[in-house]
Design a protein. Structure first.
Length: 358
């Protein structure tokens, strides 16, 4: 089981967030999909911000970035290179094919293309495999960390309302970049980084004022904001939204996160068995992020066998659409497998590593 530490309800919140992410990718009903995307990814940025410590000099900035390199960049590279090396194997066994995929079909990687993608992974955090589609979050959080470090150092002499000022600045810069330069790839990454930095610093502010909002009245108010946001964003919303939707999306994202944090605090106090399960999930979110799309392929294979459809449909990403969206509720099985298999894989790996060490 994952270790229990202070602020355990944050671990529970991360578990609920990763569960919602898997549900959102599973081909769930559109109503549920729209609600989840109102807040589920900002939740992780905000939870990260709860542990932020003031950056006031080069030493503290270096320590902050060192932790991010170890906790974000190294895992990103590890999983990305592993899946890159497995690409041609995945293609040979039908997990990928030339007909289906995130942006069309896949093809065999030559040695030169392997090295090119390896270079992009190492130096730009791009060109990772489609089965790691959720890794955009790791890149965005890493960029956010760099931006927070830089701007914190620039504001070392303005400490009184520094966090509040940074929140406002990051939000304004996000809207400006998306309004003025909406298309080039590098600016999309930077604008996502600024929005992530806003949510990160907002998490730190929420932590400072937690006694004012973490109660049933605050939860009711958050539910109201989420309901209004659901009807406001008629076609759904995400962190990549246009400049004119950044502000209302921020309201829905913060409201949804505050609601999840309140629910998590209730679970921690009252539901011991559920709490223990969510602790474990919350301490293995990276494994689920990395492996849930691959786990989905197993369910897709079962659907292919059961319905007698073309085996090439196994490579549909993230799920087989014509079945998952029907009344058969395959999305529930996608969710279960997408959560359980990564956790089992992680547990087996730990056992194997322990035996090797002994």
């Amino acid at each position: 089981m994952g270790k229990t530490v202070h602020n355990n309800y944050l671990t529970i919140a991360k578990a609920l967030g990763i569960i919602l992410m898997v549900i959102g990718h599973s081909g769930c009903p559109q109503v549920l999909f729209k609600v989840i995307y109102l807040f589920h990814m900002p939740l992780f940025f905000i939870c990260s911000g709860f542990f932020y410590k003031e950056i006031s000099n080069i030493e503290s900035a270096s320590l902050f970035l060192k932790k991010r390199i170890i906790g974000l960049y190294f895992p990103f590279v590890k999983w990305s290179l592993l899946f890159l090396l497995l690409h041609n194997i995945f293609l040979s066994v039908g997990i990928y094919n030339s007909e289906y995929g995130f942006e069309g079909g896949s093809s065999i990687y030559s040695t030169s293309e392997m090295f090119h993608r390896m270079f992009m992974i190492l130096f730009t955090m791009h060109d990772y495999e489609e089965l790691l589609g959720g890794f955009w979050f790791i890149r965005a959080l890493f960029i956010s960390s760099i931006l927070i470090s830089v701007f914190s150092l620039l504001l070392t002499n303005h400490n009184r309302l520094k966090r509040e000022f940074l929140c406002g600045l990051f939000l304004v810069l996000t809207m400006l970049i998306r309004r003025i330069i909406p298309d080039p790839e590098i600016w999309r990454d930077i604008s996502m980084g600024f929005l992530g930095a806003f949510f990160y610093m907002m998490g730190n502010l929420l932590m400072r004022y937690v006694r004012y909002w973490q109660n049933k009245y605050g939860a009711i108010l958050c539910c109201l904001f989420l309901l209004l946001s659901y009807y406001y964003f008629k076609d759904g919303i995400s962190m990549g939204c246009g400049y004119n939707k950044v502000l209302p999306f921020s309201v829905s994202a913060v409201s949804g996160t505050m609601l999840i944090l309140y629910i998590s605090s209730v679970v921690e106090r009252k539901w011991h068995i559920v709490k223990c399960i969510l602790y474990y999930i919350g301490n293995h979110t990276l494994d689920i992020l990395a492996l849930h799309f691959l786990s989905f392929r197993l369910v897709s294979f079962a659907i292919v066998l059961l319905y007698g459809i073309k085996v090439s449909h196994v490579a549909e990403h993230p799920v087989i659409n014509d079945v998952s969206m029907s009344h058969t509720y395959w999305w529930i099985l996608y969710c279960i497998v997408g959560l359980v298999l990564p956790l089992l894989f992680s547990a087996v790996c730990k056992v194997v590593v322990c035996k090797i060490k002994r």
